[in-house]
Design a protein around this ligand. Structure first.
Ligand code: FA5
Length: 344
């Protein structure tokens, strides 16, 4: 009986020592198995030993083991609760903390601006067309009245691909594609990306957006071109916008004109303005009356029909509308810059 009593005391001491080492739920479970497992647990062994005692000793011995078992169970139970509370602390939501801000993807400012421009033309009865960014020499130049080796081709710093293919340098080739399959009356705008071998600076990019306009019908004159662009720019900017038509040259329009607006960045007050170069004016589009040769190239009779066309730089116009001093900001992917437009 004495040896049995010693075993119970030893078992209790060892348990008390082990319990202090417990740091995780896993080690708690291991400790439970070590003492309480039905098969080889320490208490099961003690109960087996008890059976070897004399019958009159067994009740006292049984009481000792049961007490030990109860103590062990209680300690394990309270330990388990501490782990639970720690876990719950981690899981509980603290509603006083500031929330996590999740940003949704959104349209790019240049695309938002493009949509604004499109809507003005849609309200004037125009429809929208698109064309490929990889073009043939014929559509980008030939059909637009640029003879081979003509010096005018040098003005378009072209990125050539292989064979007759190139990255379109303007949206004008889509004029040809539309006139080939559609007979007048035609009243369309063509937005899209264009590419030029240019070094980026505040007003030039190697990839930028243009919006082409084309109107072909009987009796279309330069007055229609002028009135349309004036209405468009006043709607886009304001009634007060300063604009001027300047003689220009494009092989596919005759006569041709470039359109400038008053510099919205310095308002003509800064002689060293990096945007207008101190002139107070900035060019935003090229335009003109469709050259009769272009009509002949697409089998439209120039004696019967006349038309006007224009090509507007979308990024460049956006820059002035938003009074941004450098067009490159649009493509630097700085969210602090981009998000300002989403809040508009
Ligand atoms: C053209 O591209 C002609 N296709 C426009 C045209 C269409 C004339 C129809 C007549 C009839 P230009 O190269 O000037 O023209 O470009 C037109 C506009 O694109 C410019 O006024 C400017 O707003 C914009 N632009 C030109 N080059 C760049 C550039 N590197 N970066 C950003 N915008 C540019």
């Amino acid at each position: 009986m004495k040896a049995f009593k010693n075993n119970v005391t030893k078992c209790r001491r060892e348990f008390d020592k082990s319990v202090l080492q417990i740091k995780s739920e896993k080690s708690l479970q291991e400790l439970r198995n070590h003492y309480l497992s039905r098969k080889r647990g320490q208490l099961t062994l003690l109960f087996e030993d008890l059976m070897a005692l004399k019958p009159e000793q067994r009740p006292i011995a049984g009481q000792m083991v049961n007490e030990l078992k109860k103590d062990i169970q209680e300690k394990l139970q309270s330990l388990k609760k501490t782990f639970k509370t720690e876990e719950e602390v981690v899981e509980r939501t603290d509603f006083t903390l500031p929330g996590k801000v999740r940003y949704w993807g959104a349209a790019h400012p240049v695309h938002l601006f493009q949509a604004e421009i499109e809507n003005i033309f849609i309200s004037m009865g125009y429809s929208i067309e698109e064309g490929p960014e990889i073009e043939t020499d014929y559509y980008n130049f030939g059909a637009l009245n640029f003879p081979p080796h003509h010096p005018a081709r040098d003005d378009w710093d072209t990125l050539y691909l292989k064979d007759e293919l190139l990255l379109r340098t303007h949206t004008s080739p889509v004029q040809i594609r539309v006139m080939e399959k559609q007979k007048p009356p035609i009243k369309i705008v063509i937005p899209g990306k264009v590419y030029r071998k240019e070094t980026p600076d505040p007003t030039h990019l190697p990839m930028f957006y243009q919006l082409e306009g084309l109107v072909v019908d009987k009796g279309i004159t330069f007055a229609h071109l002028k009135g349309t662009l004036e209405y468009f720019l006043k709607t886009l900017f304001s009634e007060k916008i300063k604009m001027r038509f300047r003689p220009g040259f494009f092989p596919f329009t005759e006569p041709s004109a470039e359109v400038d607006i008053g510099c919205t960045v310095c308002e003509g007050k800064d002689e060293e303005c990096r945007v207008c170069g101190g002139s107070g004016w900035i060019e935003i589009l090229g335009s003109g009356m469709v050259d009769p040769q272009v009509f002949k190239n697409v089998n439209i009779d120039p004696e019967e029909y006349t038309g006007f066309a224009f090509g507007l730089g979308i990024d460049r116009t956006a820059m002035f509308a938003y009074q941004i001093s450098d067009m490159r900001f649009f493509y630097e992917n700085d969210l602090r810059f981009i998000r300002q437009f989403l809040l508009k």
